[in-house]
Design a protein around this ligand. Structure first.
Ligand code: DGI
Ligand code: FE
Ligand code: FE
Length: 190
């Protein structure tokens, strides 16, 4: 992509471990690829993909401190779900620390982990780019990539189902936004 992202890439390299840094570049690339198929804004998709995990390497303590200094209140499910914290802190970070004002980009970061009901096209693209980027290597990844290249919503349903089943099987709480996203897509399936 072009020069205006150089400072963000430098920042990501500082804040993230090498695996997470490479992953962020791959998600940005995948988000652009999906934007070409589905007609989203490529610049926004690239930026949101690049920044989606910006606070992923904060420790749990740093996350909690960041929430308290930003006056962010966690719900009861969120309090016991540390894996979703980086999406909440990431959105706040790009808004108030980086000064990003584009709400579509901020929301794409905010909902990249849980998804939510009635997502924008950009939110959908970043959510599923995170599952299907070049660096991802789980057993069904090519099955999911294939679904996503044909039907974005079907791909998201597949990914949400996988998350709900996996978390459920491990006695891990499922965020209401995740369930709302899944139900919404089934109810509104064409
Ligand atoms: O940050 P990444 O690893 O790239 O991916 P991600 O932001 O999708 O985070 C994946 C993790 O988030 C994975 O460990 C499962 C967890 N997660 C996703 N949805 C939910 C969730 N955890 C809880 N407790 N509830 C959810 O609904
Ligand atoms: Fe993430
Ligand atoms: Fe990610």
């Amino acid at each position: 992509m072009n020069k205006k992202y150089e400072n963000y890439i430098t920042l990501l390299k500082e804040k993230l471990d090498d695996y997470r840094f490479q992953h962020s570049l791959c998600v940005a690339e995948k988000a652009v690829e999906l934007s070409e198929i589905y007609g989203a804004d490529k610049e926004r998709a690239y930026l949101a993909g690049l920044l989606h995990d910006i606070t992923k390497n904060f420790s749990d303590n740093e996350q909690l401190q960041f929430f308290s200094s930003s006056a962010i209140m966690l719900s009861s499910v969120e309090k016991i779900s540390p894996k979703v914290w980086h999406a909440i802190s990431g959105a706040e970070y790009i808004k108030n620390t980086l000064g990003i004002t584009d709400n579509e980009v901020i929301d794409a970061v905010r909902y990249h982990t849980t998804a939510r009901a009635d997502m924008s096209l950009l939110e959908k693209i970043v959510y599923i780019a995170d599952f299907t980027s070049r660096d991802r290597k789980y057993p069904d990844v090519d099955v999911l990539r294939n679904i996503v290249s044909n039907n974005l919503e079907d791909g998201i349903i597949y990914a949400l189902r996988h998350t709900i089943v996996t978390l459920g099987g491990k006695n891990i709480p499922i965020h209401p936004d995740t369930l709302d996203a899944y139900n919404y897509l089934l109810i509104n399936k064409k």
